[in-house]
Design a binder for this molecule. Structure first.
Ligand code: PFF
Length: 449
């Protein structure tokens, strides 16, 4: 047994916490609100929901099928099922995308660390958006602090991955994730009852389909994949730790539901407040860090809530970061036969370096561009909008066209212990074979036009 986690997923609850823990993270609470803001509001949300149901669920099933069937890391899984073939691209994308995502994810994880500390200062919470915007840009444009906090966040994630997740993060996630949910619910209620929140609600729920372009559709697709941790072997890797008897449908549905619920709630907590405080919804990555402190300032015990919020956001980010790191570490230990510790150290150094470049993207490296984007935006854009959709496309093609139908059936019914009506299985297979690949292709091609 080369990984500790493989033993760890003994119970259904353990699996759920791990998969939902990977899914729910900065993608829901930080990225979703500003993507909605940047891409026209309600129409983006409707597209997002459609993608979750029609594309993400079949891709999640497919990744679970590959992982549990082979009991291997993403690269090794494909190697077992289709040795020496072009399908190994799926394995390559998984490792490259993990490095790319962590190279900006860890930077934002660092921001949450900084905001926990900031929250202790009584002068931090204010209703003045320009002062909060100034604080945010002052911090992110400095040459030291963003690098330090990024490395700190990465180090914490790495330590957890070395130790294994069972007794650490999983145990705490069980308690902290529900608390996070209630905190975000509280924030959503406060945000919705602010004067002027109505315009934000309209922005979130009144679709203007003329706002949908090829680029918005790709952004919604990338966001859905990113939020559900799909298209890059994460669920293949976690699936390899899942017990043969577990019901893959249930795990997928519950995780997707929890993840989407968190995203919508985060939208409700942030967007109405954005309108009420007169901030631009297209503020970008700083949006949550400027808006939420203003909402905290409007709440009794705001300072305590702020500390709790950023702390739990940190935990949510960590449970996702460890799943990203696990993809790389499982690859290094199983394919390259490195020790777990060696693999974690190498991963730390690699992401430490690339992440430092992104953490300086708002400061001294702001003018250094890769394909016209700062390092931060480059890692974010290429992973979410290119690697994950292409990875997701290859995964459904692989399960639909390359794997044996009997193996797919066996996994979906957990070795015939779950009854699955023939027509349901056929429909799922149809979606995996035709609907999902064609839909992803249409979105990808449209975005180029
Ligand atoms: N789903 C995580 C989030 O929403 O924050 C980010 C993520 C984790 C993306 C794991 C991809 C992944 F494989």
């Amino acid at each position: 047994m080369s990984t500790i986690q493989r033993d760890g997923f003994g119970s259904r609850f353990g699996v759920l916490v791990a998969v939902a823990g990977s899914a729910v993270g900065l993608g829901n609470l930080w990225r979703f609100p500003y993507m909605v803001g940047n891409n026209g509001g309600a129409a983006f949300i409707i597209l997002y929901l459609a993608f979750v149901i029609v594309l993400c669920l079949p891709i999640m099933f497919s990744e679970f099928i590959i992982g549990r069937r082979t009991q291997s890391n993403a690269f090794g899984a494909i190697k077992k099922l289709a040795p020496r073939s072009g399908w190994l691209t799926i394995g390559v994308i998984s490792v490259v995308a993990s490095v790319a995502i962590m190279s900006f994810y860890s930077v934002v994880g660092g921001w949450t660390l900084d905001y926990i500390i900031k929250s202790f200062s009584p002068s931090f919470l204010t209703s003045d958006s320009s002062s909060l915007a100034g604080q945010f840009s002052g911090y992110t444009s400095s040459s030291v602090m963003p690098v330090v906090t990024h490395l700190l966040f990465l180090a914490i994630s790495a330590l957890i991955v070395v130790a294994g997740v069972k007794n650490g993060i999983e145990r705490y996630s069980k308690i902290l994730m529900p608390v996070l949910f209630f905190l975000v619910l509280l924030l959503a209620i406060r945000s919705l009852t602010l004067d002027g929140a109505g315009a934000g609600v309209e922005f979130l729920f009144k679709p203007d389909f003329s706002k949908i372009t090829g680029k918005t559709a790709l952004a919604a697709l990338g966001q859905a994949f990113f939020s559900l941790s799909l298209g890059m072997g994460c669920i293949i890797t976690y699936g390899s730790y899942v017990n043969k008897k577990e019901n893959l449908f249930k795990i997928s549905f519950i995780s997707a539901f929890a993840d989407t619920g968190f995203a919508i709630l985060a939208g409700l907590a942030v967007v109405p407040a954005v309108f009420a405080f007169g901030i631009s919804p297209s503020e970008g990555p700083s949006l949550v860090f400027i808006t939420l402190p203003q909402v905290f300032a409007q709440l009794p015990f705001g300072q305590i809530i702020s500390i709790a919020f950023f702390f739990i956001l940190l935990i949510a980010a960590l449970t996702s970061a460890i799943s990203l790191l696990e993809v790389i570490v499982a690859f290094c230990t199983e394919e390259l036969k490195w020790s777990r510790k060696g693999a974690v150290i190498a991963t730390f150094l690699l992401i430490g370096f690339f992440g430092s470049l992104s953490s300086l993207s708002q400061g001294i490296l702001a003018d250094v561009k890769v394909f016209g984007k700062t390092f931060f935006d480059f890692f974010d854009y290429t992973s979410s909008n290119i690697m994950l959709p292409v990875g997701g496309l290859l995964v459904v093609l692989f399960v639909g066209w390359k794997m044996k139908v009997s193996d797919v059936y066996d996994e979906l019914t957990s070795g015939a212990t779950i009854s699955l009506k023939g027509w349901i299985f056929k429909s799922i297979l149809f979606i995996i074979k035709y609907v999902a690949p064609i839909a992803i292709l249409i979105v990808l091609i449209n975005s180029l036009l």
